[in-house]
Design a protein around this ligand. Structure first.
Ligand code: NAD
Ligand code: UDP
Length: 330
């Protein structure tokens, strides 16, 4: 049953992590529908470039701050999106204690602001809560297989703790909290040095460097284009009543990393070849969302297949970094 959508237009919306890859696209979409946006970001992994076109927009305001230090907002807000957290494994492992504190203390601060403002709250959680999954595809009722003391734990367990905090606040009647479990998302504005697979492969192909595949490359991921994800996040925030449980948002199309690398080599003119590097510890072997819940409750499903989104993203990286290094004409 498709649930009713609350009219989300014309609100003041707080977007934590709004200068990041996904967050900046969310800010664009909220402003485009007539909302005012307050973006809070520390620029840890985001960039002012992502929001530069918005800086002169009358409905946009930027606060440069770590969410671990954010105590209050000086204007009333009616929705709070929490996307603030490094999302790439090398980035979130660079300072794992800060990643955990961002997920727990930072999310706690934003929930307190939502409570003070009687605002709805959306937490950007992750498919990483399923760890290296034993059940496939992953449904929301699967409890996961996470190594709670490994190098990914700061993120996986941090996000699990953040989910627990959201549902405790919801059960206590204190915050209208919603949780999106986001699967691998890609698109323009990923940082070239971000370290995630799609940006790595595209940047390597464009600059003529070897394409790095960790392990055999037979591990799988399911890749969602960013505009599809943003539509899903807004639908989840605006749906009435609150689904009162996590909702997977991702594209169920599942690809091995070898298949992805082959698509990149087909798409970008390059002399790059594939090299294999060791598989990082606890790297999940396969991942694919079951999105039945999002389809039913939000009427949402991704529209952009990987071939199309990858082409668009490659075009953006080429425009940003310059033409591919390879001259294949001779
Ligand atoms: P990103 O790294 O591009 O964006 C995160 C943003 O949060 C950056 O602008 C960064 O500067 C900011 N930030 C980080 N820690 C902060 C802190 N303590 N205080 C204030 N700002 C802080 O990552 P993204 O891909 O845009 O991911 C956005 C959110 O979605 C994250 O919470 C991530 O966990 C979640 N998510 C993303 C994916 C994905 O594939 N993109 C998958 C699952 C979950
Ligand atoms: N990966 C890879 N080469 C890279 C970066 C990542 O083979 O240069 C692999 C990584 O080991 C994982 C998959 O690609 O199996 C997706 O990695 P990413 O960091 O993008 O996301 P996550 O592991 O968090 O899903």
């Amino acid at each position: 049953m498709l649930q009713r959508t609350r009219n989300g237009k014309g609100k003041t919306v707080l977007v934590a992590g709004g200068a990041g890859f996904v967050g900046s696209h969310l800010c664009d979409a909220l402003l485009a529908r007539g909302d005012r946006v307050i973006c809070v970001d520390s620029y840890l992994t985001g960039s002012e470039d992502n929001v530069r076109p918005l800086l002169n927009h009358p409905g946009f305001r930027l606060i440069e701050m770590d969410i671990c230090d954010l105590e209050a907002i000086d204007v009333p807000v009616s929705q709070v999106y929490n996307l603030a957290c490094a999302a790439s494994p090398p980035q979130y492992q660079a300072d794992p204690v800060h990643t955990m504190m961002t997920c727990v203390a930072g999310t706690g601060n934003l929930l307190a602001i939502a409570e003070q403002n009687d605002a709805s709250f959306l937490q950007a959680s992750t498919s990483e809560v399923y760890g290296d999954p034993v059940e496939h595809p992953q449904r929301e009722d699967y409890r996961g297989n996470v190594n709670c003391i490994g190098p990914r734990a700061c993120y996986d367990e941090g996000k699990r703790a953040a989910e627990a905090l959201c549902f405790d606040m919801l059960r206590a009647g204190r915050v209208d909290a919603r949780v999106a479990r986001i699967f691998n998302t890609y698109g323009p504005r990923m940082q070239p040095n971000d370290g995630r697979i799609i940006s790595n492969l595209l940047v390597q192909a464009i600059s003529g460097e070897p394409l790095t595949i960790y392990g055999t490359g037979e591990q799988t991921r399911s890749f969602c284009f960013v505009s599809d994800l943003v539509a899903g996040l807004m639908a989840l925030m605006d749906v009435d009543p609150n689904p009162e449980g996590p909702v997977n948002l991702g594209n169920p199309g599942e690809f091995t990393i070898n298949e992805l690398a082959a698509m990149v080599l087909d798409m970008v003119p390059t002399t790059s070849r594939i090299v294999h590097r060791p598989l990082p510890q606890d790297d999940p072997q396969r991942r694919r969302p079951d999105i039945s819940k999002a389809r039913e409750l939000l009427g949402w499903q991704p529209q952009i297949p990987l071939s199309e989104g990858l082409k668009h993203t490659a075009g953006w990286f080429i425009a940003t970094l310059g033409e591919p290094a390879a001259d294949l004409s001779s």
